[in-house]
Design a binder for this molecule. Structure first.
Ligand code: NDP
Length: 318
């Protein structure tokens, strides 16, 4: 650990609903929080369209706009919001050491982890090869480039259903590749998909390869996992919407996690196994994964951090 040093009371890592809510509460508790946004400032909601299920917005709100509001509120209350990513941590002694952008070390009395989750990929070589050249994990970000064209989307959850209907508004045809004979998505979302004329759902189907001309995507080879029949769909865009994994790799070895990397917190609290380190949002929640539950857990983390610091101060001054 070298370079510039700075001591803070409360360091928040991540800028989704959990991180910003923690920031709002920590600011109001006078913890003078510093928040590092991570590479995707605003988190996953900046890659979505309409959010209709966040209380307080009777007409719904666009995800990016909602995240701007979170940021404004945290900033107005005094959070020091900085663009940067945490590259490593050392939780072996107090204060905790957190390295930002591989150069600057922050000494933090408390750390709130709200690093969220990221999109999963199929793991095909061709998927990597054409990533950004026809392959995308975000229909809302990249759908625009495929206006009037034919595309495919893989996945059968709410994300895939939402993104398929979004793409259907822009594209001529959307093939939806579902690996089982049914969806995982909610009934309402499935209904929407099945009632969109230019979406063709292809069940029991897996992706074998994304085909291209060396530069861009020209098709996708799929196989029916019941009949073993394969075929190539002529598409110029291939969207992956098969879920997410938690962004917790940098904490491995320090923080207790489950086998898929979700941080384990003490039931009913945001406490981790390390004193003064708290976790909230999708980084520790594989069950609910909603903006509102993330925000709620961010509030818990800030309150836990504040109480932890107050208890320590009490011991020192008593
Ligand atoms: P999910 O984990 O719910 O769904 C992932 C989907 O991808 C499943 O259908 C799964 O298939 C499929 N899948 C996984 N791996 C592969 C693979 N290798 N090949 C093909 N298909 C694959 O993730 P989501 O991102 O859709 O949703 C996450 C959470 O967020 C959910 O709780 C969801 O309800 C919520 N959400 C809510 C929204 C809303 O309310 N507006 C919008 C978006 C998400 P299988 O079913 O066979 O396992």
């Amino acid at each position: 650990m070298s370079g510039e040093l700075e001591h803070v009371k409360c360091l928040i890592i991540g800028s989704g609903p959990a991180g910003y809510t923690a920031a709002i509460y920590a600011s109001r508790a006078d913890l003078k929080p510093v928040l590092y946004t991570g590479m995707l400032s605003g988190g996953q909601l900046t890659q979505t369209t309409e959010v209709e299920n966040y209380p307080g917005y009777p007409d719904g709100i666009l995800g990016p706009e909602m995240m701007q509001n979170f940021e404004k509120q945290a900033s107005r209350l005094g959070t020091d919001i900085r663009f940067g990513y945490v590259s490593s941590v050392d939780f072996s002694s107090l204060p905790h050491k957190v390295v930002v952008d591989e150069s600057k070390t922050i000494l933090a009395d408390t750390v709130i982890i709200s690093t969220g989750a990221s999109a999963k990929w199929l793991g095909l070589e061709s998927e990597q090869k054409y990533n950004g050249f026809g392959v995308s994990a975000c229909a809302v970000c990249d759908g625009f480039f495929f206006r009037g064209q034919d595309v495919a989307i893989v996945g059968a959850g709410d994300t895939a259903a939402e993104e398929a209907t979004y793409l259907a508004k822009l594209c001529r045809k959307v093939y939806m590749l579902v690996r089982r004979d049914e969806f995982r998505a909610s009934k309402a979302m499935v209904h929407r998909v099945l009632n969109t004329p230019n979406i063709e759902v292809i069940y029991n189907t897996e992706t074998k390869e994304i085909v291209g001309d060396g530069q861009v995507v020209t098709g996708v080879k799929v196989i029916n996992n019941q009949t073993n029949e394969d075929k190539t769909l002529d598409v110029t865009g291939f969207f992956v919407a098969i879920g997410h994994h938690p962004n917790t790799e940098i904490f491995r070895g320090w923080i207790h996690m489950d086998e898929t990397g979700y941080i384990i917190t003490k039931p009913g609290s945001s406490e981790t196994n390390i004193e003064g380190v708290f976790a909230c949002g999708d980084a520790q929640d594989h069950i609910y994964r909603q903006a509102v539950t993330a925000a709620g857990s961010g509030c818990m983390a800030a309150i836990d951090a504040e109480r932890y610091l107050a208890a320590k101060e009490h011991v020192v001054t008593a």
